[in-house]
Ligand binder design. Structure first.
Ligand SMILES: NC(=O)c1ccc[n+]([C@@H]2O[C@H](COP(=O)([O-])OP(=O)(O)OC[C@H]3O[C@@H](n4cnc5c(N)ncnc54)[C@H](O)[C@@H]3O)[C@@H](O)[C@H]2O)c1
Length: 367
């Protein structure tokens, strides 16, 4: 069966998802929804039906089986609930919500008997990125030994236009804007994917570089503790020209040029008891060819090849179809998405309090 998919929200990311839907032989782009007048022109460019609201879509002859929600963070929960109530499977862009309370209410809603047959996935598409898949398989193979620590960077410069109306929701903490829920949430999800849940964070905020009305967090230096015992440090900042970020290192976002300097743009360094790995240059450092494991010997350097470079959005969509068909469980469920949001909120709490914040791995208990 061809899965009819609607895209909700035709801003920066909606059309990219729409193109994946068009290119997948198992899916059909049935409609695009956006209240802004520009939405109609985008729908026309994509040769699909246009609706100005989810309600009008659901009342139309173009009812979808599934939808990808690409609206501002503070609108995710009401939009996703309306779709689920209308019998539509949902792939919800990250983060789940702008607040934990709303995020939890969505998960409860999705579990209710009326909706329980429907799928809710969160769009942490980087789990499908080839650099991430290789890193995960290296960790799972045990080739680094026991994981000990991660050192990460997400440092980039966002121009003023990124925060200007109508996308000024990105400039306010109140609407789920700022670098923590928009960008760091991706890295948190990946670190959960690699090492399991984070249980404690501390944060020192960076000096703000933007003036009022911009009130969203611009970055922080973090320490992280995972339930597994792994520890991490992470620097996040959206106000500095730098090559050290997932986007510049992997080139996965066509709007953000990939750096050409390879290893100079690393954004993760992962340390294990037998070897360490830097990403995205996928360089593994060990004493494998030395007579003993000792700092007195030269390190062995292995470059691990990247097997393929399939677009993560396309792979995520194919996975969404497989989940809808009951073939696999979601890679990033609503719970996993909420887990990343819990850590974002803990980071923001730590930024305000300058105190360590503990996180309960039992999602129902975190506040
Ligand atoms: N996975 C990724 O790499 C990635 C990248 C960028 C953005 N995102 C996420 O995607 C979402 C959208 O981000 P963006 O940068 O495209 O935002 P944007 O502001 O550019 O676009 C959002 C669009 O949603 C529309 N909209 C608002 N309320 C709506 C509603 N109720 N129904 C339908 N449309 C509505 C707006 O008019 C706007 O056109 C955010 O949650 C963001 O965090 C994810």
């Amino acid at each position: 069966m061809t899965v009819k998919v609607a895209i909700i929200g035709a801003g920066l990311i909606g059309p990219r998802h729409a193109k994946s839907v068009i290119s997948n032989p198992s899916t059909e782009l049935i409609a695009l929804v956006d209240p802004m007048p520009t939405g109609e022109a985008t729908a026309s460019d994509l040769q699909t039906n246009y609706y100005s609201s989810v309600a009008s879509l659901l009342a139309s002859p173009h009812r979808p089986h599934a939808a990808i929600v690409c609206t501002p963070n503070h609108t995710h929960v009401p939009v996703a609930k309306e779709l689920l109530a209308g019998g539509v499977h949902v792939l919800l862009e990250k983060p789940v919500s702008d607040t934990l309370e709303k995020g939890r209410s969505l998960l409860e809603f999705a579990k209710a008997p009326e909706q329980a047959h429907l799928k809710l996935l969160v769009g942490h598409h980087r789990r499908f990125n080839p650099y991430v898949r290789v890193t995960k398989s290296i960790l799972e193979s045990g080739s680094l030994g026991r994981p000990i620590a991660i050192n990460g960077l997400w440092t980039l410069y966002k121009p003023d236009l990124y925060f200007a109306p109508p996308t000024d929701w990105r400039a306010s903490n109140e609407t789920g804007g700022g670098v923590i829920p928009i960008n760091l949430v991706h890295d948190i999800d990946l670190m959960h994917h690699f090492f399991g849940p984070i249980v404690r964070v501390t944060a020192e905020p960076i000096l703000p570089q933007r003036s009022s009305p911009h009130n969203a967090d611009e970055g922080a230096a973090l320490t992280l503790r995972f339930a597994s015992g792994v520890v991490g440090t992470f620097l996040v900042c959206d106000a500095t020209p730098s090559p050290h970020s997932f986007e510049t290192g992997t080139g996965e976002n066509p709007l953000i040029p990939k750096t050409t300097t390879g290893g100079d743009s690393d954004f993760y360094r992962i340390f294990g008891s037998d070897a360490s790995l830097s990403v995205p240059d996928l360089t593994r450092w060990s004493y494998d060819t030395s007579p003993e494991k000792s700092w007195n010997h030269p390190l062995t350097v292995d470059r691990i090849p990247l097997p393929d470079n399939k677009a993560p959005f396309d792979l995520q969509l194919a996975h969404f179809v497989d989940v809808i068909n009951g073939d696999v469980e979601p890679s990033c469920s609503g719970e996993e998405g909420l887990r990343a949001l819990v850590v974002c909120e803990a980071v923001q709490k730590a930024i305000r309090s300058c105190q360590p914040v503990d996180i309960d791995v039992d999602l129902s208990k975190s506040d």
